[in-house]
Design a protein around this ligand. Structure first.
Ligand SMILES: NC(=O)c1ccc[n+]([C@@H]2O[C@H](COP(=O)([O-])OP(=O)(O)OC[C@H]3O[C@@H](n4cnc5c(N)ncnc54)[C@H](O)[C@@H]3O)[C@@H](O)[C@H]2O)c1
Length: 339
């Protein structure tokens, strides 16, 4: 399994996962459509590695996926490629069903034809709101947004390919990730960028929604462990075991930011805004299975990882600017020709 195709590897979690594998000497091919969320700067430091290849393309393009599998003798696919932002899924659901469901079916068909392992990267959002206790892998699915319903559908289809055709499928469902390189539409980078620009920090409803947070480097390690040790046809929850209300998280990030910059009174920027429709009040995962079977536990202390994340955004204005001005189009053309 030393030759892996990573789809969506130019995005947030996929790029961290790619770095982990490339640096371990695994032959790694990234296939990414480079949507607004994909960014080649996320992979820039890997360009000089001989065991790293980037291909621009869509997971729904079966011919292209098959070509890659044959040319690079791929043994496993890890599917990060997705439309991922809940708010966008409410504004325009269709691309979510196209990529997250139809795209996954193409990968499953290719896995079936060539006898590959397919690790499907999924989310805790498929369980819907978990009011009390913790959702284990058998918890009923109750997705409430077009995003989470598209992910739940893909999970069920993937499991049906295991049951019907014996395709070597394994699924991870993680809680909210945070860390460097996260596209600045997601909650933590929104807070940090609002602080940097002295703009209002939008907080949905009363801010009492609870989420579990996992540092992206921990999730990358967990996914690698499941790729190599996970049992076929199984689902593994992944969480940081750090549950916190949104408003408490905002205050924490503000404190860290104030300590790093010496600025003061930034909590005045907090602005409560109209809640998102069907906004789930709490997600919470049981991680007994991955701990017992795979031996995975997150290692990065939450406060330190959060502080490193704030510092990363403060230190990477170029990355922020290219995202904003879409300068990486130019970067792409220079490196790879016309898109
Ligand atoms: N970010 C989180 O907190 C979180 C939590 C749980 C699960 N997940 C899952 O992890 C995966 C990665 O999430 P992320 O936050 O890194 O996403 P992201 O939005 O940062 O990146 C997604 C990547 O997929 C690529 N892509 C989109 N459509 C594609 C297509 N049709 N073909 C090829 N590439 C395509 C984009 O260009 C981008 O590089 C997703 O499947 C998501 O559902 C994310």
């Amino acid at each position: 399994m030393k030759r892996v195709l990573i789809t969506g590897g130019a995005g947030f979690i996929g790029s961290h996962f790619t770095r982990l594998l490339v640096k371990e000497g695994i032959y790694t091919v990234v296939l990414d459509k480079l949507t607004y969320a994909g960014n080649l700067l996320n992979l820039k430091d890997l360009e000089s590695y001989e065991n790293f290849v980037f291909v621009k393309g869509d997971i729904a393009d079966r011919e292209k996926v098959e070509e890659i599998v044959k040319e690079y003798k791929i043994k496993a696919i890890v599917n990060f490629a997705a439309e991922t932002h809940v708010d966008r899924s409410i504004l325009n659901p269709e691309p979510f069903y196209e990529t997250n469901i139809k795209g996954t079916i193409v990968l499953l068909e290719v896995a079936k034809k060539y006898g590959l392992r397919l690790l499907q990267v999924s989310t805790d959002e498929v369980y819907g709101p978990v009011l009390t206790g913790y959702a284990d892998e058998n918890y009923p699915l109750n997705p409430t947004s077009p995003y989470s319903s598209s992910k739940a559908a893909a999970d069920l289809i993937a499991l049906s390919y295991f049951k019907t055709f014996g395709v070597d499928v394994v699924i991870t469902r993680s809680s909210n990730n945070f860390g460097p390189n996260q596209y600045p539409e997601k909650f933590i980078p929104v807070i940090i960028l609002s602080l940097m620009e002295k703009q209002k920090i939008p907080v949905y409803g009363n801010g009492r929604q609870k989420r579990d947070w996992i540092y992206v480097r921990d999730n990358a390690i967990a996914i690698r462990e499941v790729l190599f040790k996970g049992r076929s046809g199984e689902i593994y929850n992944i969480a940081g075991n750090k549950e916190i209300e949104n408003i408490e998280l905002v205050n924490k990030v503000i404190k860290i930011y104030e300590n790093l910059t010496g600025e003061e009174w930034l909590s005045t920027l907090i602005a409560f805004v109209k809640d998102r429709p069907a906004h789930d009040i709490r997600y919470a995962l049981s991680t007994d299975k991955i701990e017992k079977e795979i031996g995975f536990k997150p290692t990065y202390p939450f406060d330190i990882a959060l502080s490193e994340t704030v510092k990363w955004y403060l230190d990477n204005l170029d990355w922020i600017n290219t995202i904003k001005t879409r300068d990486f189009e130019e970067y792409y053309r220079k490196n790879y020709g016309e898109r």
